[in-house]
Design a protein around this ligand. Structure first.
Ligand SMILES: C[S@@+](CC[C@H](N)C(=O)[O-])C[C@H]1O[C@@H](n2cnc3c(N)ncnc32)[C@H](O)[C@@H]1O
Length: 244
C-alpha cells in the first residue's frame, strides 16, 4: 500500500460535506443514493441500472441468502444495501460520517440499522455476521497499520463459515495509468493537485492482501478483476472474496 499521510480527517470531511445539507425532501431513489455515495460523476460514474447489475453479481458470488445477517462497513447513504438481492433479514451499516448515516437512516428499510462508526471500531457492535461487505472504502484509509488492523477486525466479526468481501480496491499495478487518466479528467496535473490537496488515494497489491488473509488464518480466498459496466474506474480495481 502507498502511504497516505494523515488524510483520514480530510476524507472524512469530504464525505460529510457530500451529504450535509442534502435535501431531506429527496425521495431516496437509487440516483440519489449513488450521488450521496460518490458514484455520480467522472470516471467513477455508475448508472442505477449498472449498479443493480454489479450488486446482483456480487450477491451471487457471495451466495447471499435471506437468513443471512449482513454488515456493510463504510455504507455511506446505503446505495449497496438498498440494491441487495435477495434481501438479508438483518442489514447493519456503519460509516464514520455522521451526515452519511443521517441520510442512510432517512431512507432506511425495516430490516436496516445504521451506526456512526469508524471502520476499525466494528468490534464495538458486539455482534457476529454471516456476511461482511466493504465496497469502495479502503482507498480512503490513512495508513498501512490502519489497513492491517481493519482486516483483522473484519475477520473477527465474521461467524465461522461467514463470507467476507472487500470490493473496488485500487490496484497498485495500475496506479500510473490510473493517475494519468485522473489528471486528464481534472484538466491536468496542476489542477488535479490543487483540487485534491492533502487528499490521497491508497493503492494495494493482490499479493499483500493474500498474505494478510493467510496470516489471519483465512483459507479460502478469491481475487478477481472488478467489472462494473460502463464505469471507467472499474478496470483499475479488483475485488477480494473470502470465507472464514
Ligand atoms: C465511495 S463511498 C461508498 C459507500 C458505500 N459503500 C456504497 O458502496 O455505496 C465511501 C464511504 O466510505 C466511508 N468511509 C471511508 N473511510 C471510512 C472509515 N475509515 N471508516 C468508516 N467509513 C469510512 C465514507 O464516509 C463514505 O461514505
Amino acid at each position: 500500500m502507498e502511504t497516505v499521510g494523515s488524510a483520514l480527517d480530510n476524507w472524512k470531511d469530504i464525505w460529510s460535506s457530500k451529504s450535509a445539507g442534502y435535501s431531506i425532501a429527496s425521495d431516496g431513489s437509487m440516483t440519489d443514493l449513488l450521488r450521496l455515495d460518490g458514484f455520480d460523476s467522472g470516471m467513477g460514474y455508475i448508472s442505477p441500472e449498472n449498479w443493480f447489475e454489479y450488486v446482483r453479481q456480487t450477491c451471487e458470488t457471495i451466495g447471499l441468502a435471506t437468513d443471512d445477517e449482513f454488515l456493510e462497513v463504510g455504507c455511506g447513504a446505503g446505495a449497496f444495501m438498498h440494491a441487495l438481492s435477495p434481501c438479508p433479514r438483518i442489514q447493519v451499516g456503519v460509516d464514520y460520517s455522521a451526515n452519511q448515516i443521517k441520510m442512510a437512516k432517512e431512507f432506511k428499510s425495516e430490516q436496516m440499522m445504521f451506526f456512526e462508526k469508524d471502520a476499525n471500531d466494528i468490534h464495538t457492535l458486539e455482534k457476529k455476521f454471516d456476511v461482511v461487505l466493504v465496497n469502495s472504502v479502503i482507498q480512503y484509509f490513512p495508513s498501512m497499520d490502519y489497513f492491517l488492523e481493519f482486516f483483522g477486525k473484519v475477520v473477527a466479526v465474521l461467524r465461522d463459515g461467514g463470507r467476507g468481501c472487500v470490493l473496488d480496491i485500487n490496484d497498485i499495478e495500475k496506479k500510473d495509468e490510473y493517475t494519468r487518466r485522473r489528471y486528464i479528467e481534472h484538466g491536468g496535473k496542476k489542477k488535479y493537485l490543487e483540487n485534491y490537496k492533502g487528499l490521497k488515494h491508497a493503492f494495494y497489491s493482490r499479493e499483500q492482501i493474500l498474505e494478510i488473509l493467510e496470516r489471519l488464518g483465512v483459507g479460502s480466498v478469491r481475487i478477481e478483476d472488478q467489472f462494473i459496466r460502463n464505469c471507467r474506474v472499474s478496470e483499475f480495481r479488483f475485488n477480494v472474496f473470502f470465507e472464514k
